[in-house]
Design a protein around this ligand. Structure first.
Ligand SMILES: Cc1cc2nc3c(=O)[nH]c(=O)nc-3n(C[C@H](O)[C@H](O)[C@H](O)COP(=O)(O)OP(=O)(O)OC[C@H]3O[C@@H](n4cnc5c(N)ncnc54)[C@H](O)[C@@H]3O)c2cc1C
Length: 339
């Protein structure tokens, strides 16, 4: 039997972040196919009880590194601790989320372990006993399947003849498993060496981003606008519709590049992947790079003046018309209904 499959859980402000459970959904399938345990590794401070949601979410084992030194997330210290643990426990796969934490820690970890790393995967499976990592490539025009060949030379100076296969996966590229509170497993409390915990980073303060509504990756309803919105001021229509539907406002990259919406609202290959129940695409052409971020939406409504716009190919309902006519009518109808 090979090594375990590991996922890196994320703590934010003392709370387990939902991406930790999405990673377990990916990891569960891989571990079952390989016939090995699925373990989650969580670093932080004050982690009492953190293992429960991880077991409920699919983990067989939880490695807990609980120390005041890790109260704030320092990617250099996290990478050193994880490298120390990987050398000791020899996992065969390590999966992190393509969040700021995962994106800053995994490259350092892969360099320390001399392991390959595939960033921003949207699909993971097992082929011939190895991790098959799928991600958009060449501007999102192709899906590339990437494998990290087994290293047999024994030349790794860190003593790993077969380093783990490592990847980051896009948040929201998969839903968490239905939690099963009856599941439990093994908790391993790990105490790293002091020098692994040292960091060159000094925590000054935490400034939360100012925004209306939920972040798009957590929203159930997204009203998104593209270049067809014709100007920043017309995004007020999207704000209004989003408020009526208890949703958030998203945007295409063109709209973001034009300064009509903040980058945090960008949906797509170089923005966020989203999985709302309803996605309303307004004046968005439906380029593959945009579709890559919204393919997890349950229902899609598109409004576009061009009946041949590719967005209609991805939509459940389409309205051929100008957003400047359709959105005010829709808002009026919803306001009338709300009265
Ligand atoms: C490497 C790479 C990464 C990228 N990443 C992303 C990404 O993350 N997200 C993203 O969105 N794009 C991304 N892009 C850009 C992408 O290729 C498209 O250029 C972009 O999505 C187009 O934005 P748009 O649909 O707003 O604009 P356009 O393509 O210009 O489409 C505007 C649409 O509005 C319609 N329209 C015009 N007037 C009206 C009206 N009055 N009412 C209704 N409809 C109207 C038009 O018919 C048209 O379909 C990326 C590109 C590359 C190369």
């Amino acid at each position: 039997m090979g090594g375990e499959v590991w996922t890196l859980a994320e703590m934010r402000a003392g709370t387990l972040h939902s991406v930790s459970l999405e990673l377990l959904a990916w990891g569960r399938g891989l571990a079952d196919t390989l016939g090995v345990p699925l373990a989650s590794v969580v670093l932080g401070s004050g982690l009492d009880g953190v293992e429960k949601p991880l077991f409920a979410g699919g983990a067989d084992k939880v490695y807990v590194v609980d120390t005041p030194s890790l109260l704030h997330y320092y990617s250099d210290a996290a990478a050193k601790v994880l490298a120390e643990m990987a050398r000791k426990f020899s996992p065969q796969i390590i999966i992190a989320s393509a969040t700021t934490q995962g994106r800053s820690t995994m490259p350092a970890l892969s360099a320390m372990l001399e392991a390959g790393l595939t960033a921003d995967c949207t699909g993971l499976s097992i082929r011939d006993g190895r991790l098959l990592q799928t991600r958009p490539a060449i501007g999102g025009n192709v899906m590339a399947d990437i494998m990290t060949p087994e290293r047999r030379s024994g030349s790794n100076p860190q003593g790993l003849t077969n380093p783990p296969q490592m990847c980051t996966v896009r948040p929201k590229s998969r839903r968490p498993l239905t939690p099963d509170a009856t599941r439990s497993g093994e908790v391993v409390r790990y105490k790293p060496q002091e020098n692994s915990l040292s960091s060159l980073i000094e925590f000054l303060s935490f400034e939360a981003e100012q925004r209306v509504g939920l972040p798009i990756q957590d929203a159930d309803v997204i009203v998104a606008g593209g270049k067809g919105m014709k100007g920043a001021k017309n995004f007020a229509l999207l704000d209004e519709l989003a408020q009526l539907l208890n949703g958030s406002v998203g945007a295409s990259r063109n709209a973001v590049d034009l300064g009509w919406a903040p980058y945090s609202a960008q949906v797509g290959l170089s923005g966020k992947s989203v999985t709302p129940r309803l996605y309303i695409a307004c004046g968005i052409s439906g380029a593959v790079q945009h579709l890559a971020g919204m393919s997890g939406a349950e229902k899609v409504i598109a409004v576009n003046t061009d009946p041949d716009a590719p967005i209609f190919g991805a939509a459940d309902f389409g309205v051929v018309g100008s957003v400047l006519d359709v959105l005010p009518q829709l808002i009026g109808a919803l306001r009338g209904k709300a009265k």
